[in-house]
Design a protein around this ligand. Sequence first.
Ligand code: CA
Length: 253
Amino acid sequence: MKSFRMSRILLIEDEERIARVLKLELEHEGYEVHTQSDGRTGLDAALSEPEWDLILLDVMLPELSGLEVLRRIRQVNAILPIILLTARDAVSDRVSGLDQGANDYVTKPFATVELLARIRSLLRQRSLQDQPAEEPYSLKIDDLTMDLKSRSVVREGAAIELTPTEFELLRFLIQHQDEVMTREQIISEVWGYDFVGDTNVVDVYIRYLRQKVDKPFSSKLIQTIRGVGYLMKAEPSQTEEADDGSVAKEKPL
Ligand code: CA
């Protein structure tokens, strides 16, 4: 383990009671917590400090909405872990939040233990990425390479842009290549073991990932195992039905 410092969390939340309670709980868990109570000062704080380990971002905020804050943070920082605090029935907020690069969300009212578990999960992923490596730490499958240090993905020489969640999903699938992974296994590793949302989120992200890492190329790496989950494999399976349009299966030689 490398040198230890307290993880620093920025909490952007306008409901004073929630902010106060969360700050106490998080400090009790050993985090250093700073709070901002509107979107604009929250965004300023998020951007002016390079040292945040994680941001907890309420969606309904005065001055600037949480989604707008998220969008502007992502323009300059693609990897900072961000968890959205969303209202129970605001499904569209959660969808656009994930689309815009939020790593996770919790729905109000949430149990603090649940939020803490998600925070730990994201910080764990983050610390794995931060681990110093003498040689580039990379994963490979077929003609696709993931560099975990620079967080770049290349297939057939072409750079592929992934959101943080897509990146973690791809990493997990490659680490378990040739093994069928269930939606539950994927959820618990990529989204955190106590994720309470719908496991359909996996299918949604697999679809995003396929668009980027499979669709433009002649061989498909991600297979759907019906009724079970997904399999990442270098050889295209003959029994696999084309999920996303039929592409001529030519061997790239
Ligand atoms: Ca609010």
